[in-house]
Design a protein around this ligand. Structure first.
Ligand code: ASP
Length: 330
């Protein structure tokens, strides 16, 4: 009698049971933006475009029919979690949602590697958000199925950065030659850490606007500096606003502050208003990974340069592309 579940090879190659594919993305983990080059980014954007076309034409289709995604979130999420669910379902696949680990075996003390090895028995790909830097890399060490990092503490948020870059590309028609100003909590903001690194593959100028103690970590600045990217830090938006092509605003990340009083004193540091927009370029793109708390006045939403809701939709097509790619269908 053959065993129903044969003993699996003890490799971490993510190689398949069944359909062997030729795609260079097949079976890979998406852990950090550092793993991508420009050619790959162009390819991801092409696939994302195809996803947009298909969704516009038919809504959903069966590319990943029969495939299952485990959505494992140890930190809160609205956009990342629901856009991965939507992406998987629009591709005909299905989702195991674990959005509240307090109802899972994690509260009984289960380790991340054990949770991952459990879920991969049931799913074909795992999306993971976790409060610790390096958690996705750790999960990938144990997993045979692809792991997609949906945020590892203050580390990285690679799929957000891919959708941010795609937004810039779609809104401006180019990435080379632009000035991007990142404003807010650049110290703890993982979306900023990933996006700044990704932008350093292009010919851009980066401005950082933040209170002194929330500036981009030195090691990330040094990393970007090695690519020859001009970078400057400012305490105020005013001097750089007129030259800015993309203004990327983030919230002050309350959950990472040890001292609530310090968060209180910094949280309203910068607010974008209609007056700010009057001084900005007529084609500037205003972005925010959301949730926004105080940083952008709702009156700004009506301005056509406010791209943050479109940014969310671009995320759907990027995440559809990534799922199809790592599952060998694109
Ligand atoms: N949603 C983004 C993240 O998970 C940004 C934020 O939370 O402010 O990092």
């Amino acid at each position: 009698m053959p065993k129903l579940i044969p003993r699996l090879p003890s490799t971490n190659s993510h190689l398949p049971f069944g359909d062997m594919q030729n795609s260079p993305f097949y079976g890979i983990d998406i852990i950090t933006v550092k793993q991508f080059d420009r050619e790959q980014l162009t390819y991801i954007f092409e696939v994302a475009h195809e996803m947009y076309e298909m969704v516009s034409r038919v809504g959903s289709f069966d590319l990943l029919k029969g495939k299952i995604l485990a959505n494992l979130f140890y930190q809160p999420s609205t956009r990342t979690s629901s856009s991965f669910t939507s992406a998987m379902e629009r591709l005909g696949g299905s989702v195991i949602p674990i959005n509240n680990v307090s109802y899972s075996s994690v509260t009984k003390g289960e380790s991340l590697p054990d949770t991952i090895r459990t879920l991969e028995a049931f799913a074909d790909v795992i999306v993971l958000r976790h409060p610790e830097v390096g958690s996705s890399a750790l999960a990938a060490k144990y997993a045979r199925k692809p792991i997609i990092n949906a945020g590892d503490g203050v580390g990285e948020h690679p799929t957000q950065a891919l959708l941010d870059l795609f937004t810039i590309h779609e809104e401006l028609g180019r990435v080379d030659g632009i000035t991007v100003t990142m404003m807010g909590d650049l110290k703890y903001g993982r979306t900023v850490h990933s996006l700044a690194r990704l932008l350093s593959l292009y010919n851009v100028k980066l401005n950082y606007v933040a209170p002194e103690n929330l500036c981009l970590p030195d090691e990330i600045k040094a990393e970007i500096g090695t690519k020859g990217i001009p970078q400057d830090c400012f305490a105020d938006l005013t001097p750089v606003l007129p030259e800015t092509d993309v203004l990327y605003v983030t919230r002050v990340q309350k959950e990472y502050f040890e001292d609530p009083a310090q968060h209180e004193s910094l949280k309203g540091s910068y607010v974008i208003t209609t007056e700010t927009m009057r001084q900005a370029k007529s084609k500037m793109v205003l972005m925010h990974p959301f949730p926004r708390v105080w940083e952008i006045d709702m009156a700004v939403d009506a301005d056509p340069r406010a791209a943050y809701f479109r940014q969310m939709e671009y995320g759907l097509y990027i995440r559809m592309a990534l799922l199809a790619m790592v599952l060998g269908k694109a």
